[in-house]
Design a protein around this ligand. Structure first.
Ligand SMILES: Cc1cc2nc3c(=O)[nH]c(=O)nc-3n(C[C@H](O)[C@H](O)[C@H](O)COP(=O)(O)OP(=O)(O)OC[C@H]3O[C@@H](n4cnc5c(N)ncnc54)[C@H](O)[C@@H]3O)c2cc1C
Length: 370
């Protein structure tokens, strides 16, 4: 009997979640089609920041272990993707410094040094160091009690990473249909103005657009979009330094010498893509923390909307809805750090494997309703 499916898996959305699910499915030998209503990385994934950072090493949980596993495997993952595509994702395990601003913070940071040894399996360190070790990069006044220095954090160039992954996917036979908008999902099929695609599994990785869809199914809120504004600065001499996270602000050196600075976190906004004085405040904070940025020039700015699920944990796996439908969304501020492991999780589920997933990550109505 002829196979009635056009492909094993159809993925809705070519952001980092959709591309990562597709990659994991392709590696398992499944045929995959991605439909994207605009272009690759058109949503939250097409940005400029790209911090891949761990949770604090304390109060350990399956969620933190999931993220740790993802961070520890990210280098191999991106090496493989970039080798396949021939393009750079901009991945680099730079580490991170966090200014310590009071005595209590110092005490906590010192306790966590020991915790990191056991909780991070000796794969990375978390030290307290004098700010003067990073002279010129971080201002001693911004870190009067020193800095936390950990070497687990990495950075990636989000936009380039999506392009690298997309090219790698195409080279392995994955079809990526840009300008193809899904407007309806039924059992094992999606439909849009461009036609209908049948698949054994449908993975909805449409970012914030997943939430209104879920709301029609569940008749309750499923998540929201949180706007972020960010900037790319040029003209800074900052080679071989860790990224900085201080005063709610990331300062991230990228491979080409640019420095990304961000981001705002806005629950209400009129225009998801506009830039306003809230970004000036973030840049001002960055200038206070890092003297190296004082003569920097803004090269460009970027704003978009992060998918923040209700909890706000990622939503991964099957949902009570049309047959064959899986969710892969809600990465919020850590989407790039966990995307490849999230993709592997969904691919294993589609393959019928029993997957151990932190219960907070389950996408079902019941779990997200707790
Ligand atoms: C300013 C800012 C800074 C950030 N910084 C970081 C950071 O430093 N580190 C980090 O890990 N994360 C960061 N994030 C978060 C990260 O970008 C997100 O977690 C991640 O991009 C979410 O990916 P996604 O694939 O779920 O969604 P998206 O990238 O939004 O992808 C969804 C895609 O689905 C498409 N789509 C929607 N509806 C349809 C439809 N009906 N049919 C077909 N296609 C559809 C969209 O066009 C889009 O391309 C940041 C986000 C912002 C906005």
């Amino acid at each position: 009997m002829a196979n009635r499916f056009d492909s094993d898996v159809v993925v809705i959305g070519a952001g980092i979640f959709g591309l990562s699910v597709a990659w994991a499915c392709i590696k398992r030998g499944m045929s995959v089609t991605i439909v994207e209503k605009a272009t690759i990385g058109a949503g939250a994934s097409g940005g400029v920041m790209g911090a891949l950072s761990p949770n604090v090493p304390e109060n350990w949980s399956p969620k933190k272990q999931f993220q740790l596993d993802a961070l520890l495997t990210a280098q191999d993952h991106w090496s493989e993707v970039d080798a396949t595509s021939g393009l750079p994702s901009g991945y680099g395990r730079l580490g991170r410094i966090i200014p310590i601003t009071n005595a209590r913070g110092l005490e906590h940071a010192q306790i966590r040094t020991e915790d990191a040894k056991s909780l991070w399996d000796d794969e990375a360190f978390w030290h307290v160091e004098p700010a003067t070790k990073f002279n010129g990069w971080i201002s001693p006044e911004a870190a009067p009690f020193g800095v936390i220095h950990e070497n687990l954090s990495a950075r990636i160039n989000p936009r380039l990473a999506c392009l690298s992954l997309a090219k790698a996917l195409r080279s392995k036979g994955c079809e990526i249909l840009e300008g193809w908008e899904m407007t309806a999902i039924n059992d094992n099929q999606i439909t849009g103005p461009n036609g209908t695609i049948h698949a054994k599994a449908i993975v909805m990785a449409a970012g914030v657009a997943c939430f209104p869809y879920l709301e029609t199914l569940w008749a309750r809120n499923a998540g929201m979009g949180v706007k972020g504004q960010s900037a790319v600065l040029g003209g800074v001499n900052a080679a071989d330094v860790p990224m900085i996270f201080g005063d709610h602000t990331y300062i991230i050196p990228h491979e080409n010498g640019d420095i990304a600075v961000g981001s705002t976190s806005e629950n209400t906004y009129d225009d998801p893509y506009s830039i306003d004085e809230q970004l000036d405040i973030v840049i001002e904070r960055a200038l206070t923390i890092s003297p190296a940025l004082r003569h920097a020039k803004i090269k460009h700015t970027w704003a978009n909307v992060r998918p923040r699920a209700r909890k706000p944990d990622p939503m991964l796996g099957p949902i009570d809805g049309p047959a064959g439908l899986y969710m892969a969304t809600g990465g919020f501020k850590i989407g790039f750090g966990i995307a490849h492991k999230s993709g592997e999780t969904i691919a294993a589920m589609i393959d019928g494997e029993t997957v151990l997933l932190p219960k907070q990550f389950h996408a079902s109505f019941a779990e997200t309703n707790k």
